[in-house]
Every structure is written in structure tokens, then in C-alpha cells.
Design a protein around this ligand. Structure first.
Ligand code: NAD
Length: 526
């Protein structure tokens, strides 16, 4: 076999997948450029980390206002780079960031305040402890294309509030949005280097992992997450992993069918089904299954597929992001058909897919087991509560699940048994947009959390400060030189603190009192 010389393309061309319009060209950055960006961010962090949290909050609120004023222009860039409606880009990718900025600008100081810790017996022995938090340094953020603004921007804001600086590697499909993020910081007047952006493909991302960043926040597929963890392990770089999903929606027989079918359709097809938390499996109680599926099919036919930059609300279903993504969707639909499923919809034209409802499937089908990440909704019936739970939990993923019923008590009982990091009752998709609560996954859906108090704590290191208030007045009884008296003292102390018998405690106390004055005189230079 001949040697094949493969050159890495020097540029990325951002293209609107809905229209083919070229939106810009961006560097496919190499190792040196990534290192340079990290160097800049490291330098900037020295000053940024010293700024009081309140002042950092004022910067973030300034950024928030800049985003608010330019919300339509920002949404326009995202909408074109993803090939979905501006309405969708505005509501899902930009709007949630305003609330997130508010939350962290106003609550970081409180969450990260120094905290005294009760240290039990050590308190009695004249000691005290507190914990405080300090920034990692530079946070490397590697992002997907499906929410190219809200995912990285949220993580950047949290990182900055915690005193870090950042280097973002946006997806190769959405470099324009990545550069827009950098410009927003620049235009707001942030110090240089606080938010660096390196454009490029997966290789650029891998350079970032080994570039000397202090922590990686990765959002993307489980497959890439595993590769990144391996590289990160070689450099002992800690990671937060926000990965894929195959999220179930469980519908009981007491629901309002009209409302709940609308919710299922939105949950499955929003952002052209390209959401980690999309409804990818719908389980409906047998009693209402026929009526429910009929309504889902009828309503799905009403969704408009297309793209318009003039009418932001003109189409519900935009393009899928790439040929690769299209192939995966096609593979799942064809596999379902070949194995006897009924597929309604699913026709493909260019990068557009008509939303598909899939019936007569079970857990042996690809479309039920693997993440599809497209406008495809398999529906399955169930009979009992236990069966619904078992079906929902039968997945390698554990991102979000939703339970639909008027019986909230039952919903909470079910929620308790679902192996998911988020369970929504009578709602779906929404919680990534709620910054006050943690976001993340269990099983193959991820490690660690973003958002909420928990997400902020992922951005800081913990320092324990311990004071021995007697440290300048006396020696500890376990210091050198070792002696018989000290040995007996240790045994007495053990019994005094831990014996269940009052008699033994009293004896121990007397033993301590007997040895104490001798011990206090024992020192190395005697
Ligand atoms: P992806 O894994 O293909 O790429 C994500 C990012 O990783 C991109 O920026 C890519 O360039 C980079 N990358 C690829 N190889 C790399 C490597 N070896 N080293 C470093 N970086 C590398 O994912 P995608 O197609 O962009 O996004 C879709 C996936 O993301 C889906 O699986 C979806 O479920 C998941 N996702 C998860 C969440 C969440 O919060 N859990 C949110 C959005 C998307």
C-alpha cells in the first residue's frame, strides 16, 4: 500500500446548512496558536483573579446588557450558522444567557464565601478550620455546534465569575458564533486575554486539552468525551463532561392529550431534534396509546420544514447541521424500516428531514438504543408504572427524563426511581435554561455539573485553612520524642473519646491527667 499524504485544511468554511451560503472563513488553528492563546489567558488571569467578585459581577452585567441590546443580531448569526429559525436561536441560545449572567453576577460571592467547618474533637483541642475557594487559572472549553452560544457562553461567565480566564474551542461547524463570543467580550471592554477563542477542528481541541489549561469543560458526544478524558489523564487535567442522551418521556393515561402531544412534538423536534435532552423515546400508557399516537402524527404533519432569514418564525424545523449528521438519521430510519417498523415522515431533501414518527419499535432497534440527534420520534406503549420505569432506565445514557401525569405524587414516586440527572414533571427540554439548578448527566451522559451552585463549584479549587490556636504555646502530645507516657496517653484518649462505657471514660480521663504534665515536659533537646 502506498503512503498517503493527508494535509490538514488550513481554514474552516462556515456554511449555512439550510442554504449553502458561505458565512465566513476561519483558521483551523495549530498547536502553536492554541498555546499562544492559553499563554495570553494565563497572563490575563493574574489580574482578573485579583478583582473582587462584586466587580467581576459588574463586568458580567455590562456584558449582559450588551448581549440584550444586540440579541437579534446575535440570534441571526447563530440561526444562519445552524440553519434553524431565528426564533429558535433567540429563545434557546441567547435569551437564557441573560438570566444566567444575572444569577452568577449576583450570587457568586455568597456561594463562594469562606466557610467555617466544625471539626469535632479537634475544636476542643484548640484548633479551627475554614475552607475557601480559589480559581483554577485557565479553563479550556470545548463546545458542540447545537447550542453554539448558550453552552460556551454560560460556562465562560461562570468561569470568569470564579476568577478564571478561558480559552474556548467552538465546534468546527460554528466558528463564526465562537468568534462573535470573543467580540462581545472585546466590545464590552473586558481586559485582553480574559476570553480567548481558538477556531479549528477536533485536532485543535486536542491541542487545547494538552496546552497547559487547568481544567477542561467538554460538551459533545460520549465518543469524543472518552478520547478527551484519555488525553486529559496523561496531563492530569481535571474534566467536566457534558455528553449525549437518549431521553425518555413517560406519559400516563390521565394526561391532557392535546397539551401533552404538543409537548412531545416540541420535545422531540425542537432545534431539528438536535438537542442532547431531546425526547428520543416516547412511552405512552396503553389505554391512550392509539389516540395519543394519532394526535402526534396529525400534528407533526403540520410542522413547516425550511429556512428563512426574513421571517424568523416562518419554519419550525430547520436543516440538520451536516451530511454526517444526516447519514446517522438516515441510518436509524432505514434500520427501523428494515426491521418492520412503521415510519411516518422522515423524507430527506438536501439537509432537511421531515420530522419522523416511528411506530412498532422496541428496545432492539437502533433508533431506540442509540442517540439519533435528529427529528425522529419512536413511540412505544407500556402497561404498568414499573414497566415504564424499567423501559426508561434501559439505556446507557442518563441525561434527562420527563414524566407526564396529573397525579404529581405518582410523578415524584416515578422520578425517584429514574436513573437520570434531571427529571422533569409535566415539562421537557427546559432545564438547561434554568441557571440556578445543576445541569449534567449520569452514566454515559457525563461527569460533573455545569450551572447552579454545583457548576460554580466545578470552577474553583478548595483550600482548607487550619489554625492551631495553641500552636505557639505548647507541643502536641504526638510529636517526638515518643515515650511510654505518650503511648499510654494515646490509649487513654482513645477510650475517653470513643469508649461507650462511662467507667472506661473516667479511667481514661484519670490516665490523661496522670501523664499530661510529664508529656508536656518531654522535648527533643532534653
Ligand atoms: P462532537 O463530540 O463531535 O464535538 C464536540 C466538540 O469536540 C467540537 O468542538 C469538536 O471539534 C471537538 N472535538 C472533536 N474531537 C476532539 C478531540 N479528539 N479532542 C478535543 N476536541 C475534540 O459533538 P458534536 O457533534 O459537536 O455535538 C453533538 C453531541 O453533543 C451530541 O452527542 C449531544 O448529545 C452532545 N451534547 C451534549 C450536551 C450536554 O449538555 N450534555 C449539550 C449539547 C450537546
Amino acid at each position: 500500500m502506498r503512503t498517503e499524504i493527508v494535509e490538514r485544511p488550513p481554514i474552516l468554511r462556515s456554511i449555512n446548512p439550510a442554504t449553502g451560503e458561505i458565512l465566513g472563513e476561519f483558521k483551523n488553528m495549530g498547536e502553536e496558536e492554541v498555546k499562544e492563546a492559553v499563554k495570553k489567558a494565563k497572563k490575563a488571569q493574574k489580574d482578573w483573579g485579583k478583582i473582587p467578585i462584586k466587580e467581576r459581577g459588574r463586568w458580567i452585567l455590562k456584558l449582559k446588557e450588551h448581549i440584550r441590546k444586540n440579541i437579534e443580531d446575535i440570534a441571526d448569526v447563530i440561526s444562519k450558522e445552524k440553519g434553524v429559525s431565528r426564533f429558535e436561536a433567540l429563545t434557546s441560545d441567547v435569551f437564557p444567557i441573560l438570566d444566567l449572567a444575572d444569577f452568577y453576577a449576583k450570587n457568586t460571592e455568597k456561594i463562594l464565601k469562606r466557610e467555617k467547618v466544625k471539626i469535632g474533637v479537634w475544636n476542643i483541642m484548640g484548633r479551627e478550620s475554614y475552607i475557601e475557594y480559589f480559581p483554577y487559572g485557565v479553563i479550556g472549553i470545548i463546545s458542540p455546534w447545537n447550542f453554539p452560544f448558550s453552552i460556551p457562553m454560560g460556562q465562560i461567565i461562570i468561569a470568569l465569575m470564579a476568577g478564571n480566564t478561558c480559552v474556548l474551542k467552538p465546534s468546527e461547524f460554528t466558528p463564526k458564533t465562537g468568534i462573535l463570543i470573543k467580540e462581545l467580550f472585546k466590545d464590552t471592554g473586558f481586559p485582553e486575554g480574559v476570553c480567548e477563542v481558538v477556531t479549528g477542528d477536533g485536532l485543535t481541541g486536542s491541542y487545547l486539552v494538552k496546552s497547559g489549561v487547568d481544567k477542561i469543560f467538554f460538551t459533545g458526544s460520549t465518543q469524543t468525551g472518552k478520547i478527551i478524558m484519555k488525553t486529559a489523564a496523561e496531563h492530569l487535567v481535571p474534566v467536566v463532561m457534558e455528553l449525549g442522551g437518549k431521553d425518555p418521556m413517560i406519559v400516563f393515561d390521565d394526561v391532557d392529550i392535546d397539551i401533552t402531544t404538543d409537548a412531545a412534538i416540541f420535545g422531540a423536534f425542537f432545534n431539528t431534534g438536535q438537542v442532547c435532552a431531546s425526547v428520543e423515546r416516547l412511552y405512552v400508557h396503553k389505554k391512550i396509546y392509539e389516540e395519543f399516537k394519532r394526535a402526534v402524527i396529525e400534528k407533526t404533519k403540520k410542522l413547516r420544514v425550511g429556512f428563512s432569514s426574513y421571517e424568523p418564525w416562518g419554519y419550525e424545523i430547520g436543516a440538520v447541521i451536516s451530511e454526517k449528521q444526516l447519514m446517522k438519521i438516515k441510518e436509524h430510519i432505514e434500520d427501523a424500516k428494515e426491521n418492520g417498523a412503521e415510519v411516518i415522515g422522515g423524507e430527506i431533501k438536501d439537509l432537511f428531514v421531515k420530522p419522523a414518527v416511528i411506530l412498532n419499535v422496541d428496545h432492539s432497534f437502533k433508533v431506540v438504543r442509540e442517540e439519533t440527534f435528529g427529528p425522529v420520534l419512536p413511540i412505544m406503549p407500556f402497561e404498568t408504572e414499573d414497566e415504564a420505569i424499567e423501559l426508561a432506565n434501559d439505556s446507557e445514557y442518563g441525561l434527562t427524563a420527563s414524566v407526564w401525569t396529573k397525579d404529581i405524587k405518582r410523578a415524584k414516586r416515578v422520578a425517584e426511581k429514574l436513573q437520570y440527572a434531571t427529571v422533569m414533571i409535566n415539562d421537557n427540554l427546559i432545564t438547561h435554561a434554568i441557571p440556578q439548578v445543576p445541569w449534567g448527566g449520569v452514566k454515559n451522559s457525563g461527569i460533573g455539573r455545569t450551572h447552579g451552585k454545583e457548576g460554580l463549584l466545578e470552577m474553583v479549587q478548595v483550600r482548607h485553612v487550619h489554625t492551631n490556636k495553641l500552636g505557639q504555646k505548647m507541643r502536641a502530645p504526638w510529636w517526638y520524642p515518643f515515650s511510654k507516657e505518650k503511648y499510654e496517653f494515646a490509649l487513654s484518649l482513645t477510650n475517653l473519646l470513643h469508649s461507650p462505657s462511662m467507667k472506661e471514660k473516667i479511667q481514661a480521663f484519670l490516665g490523661i491527667a496522670k501523664n499530661f504534665s510529664k508529656i508536656s515536659k518531654q522535648k527533643l533537646n532534653e
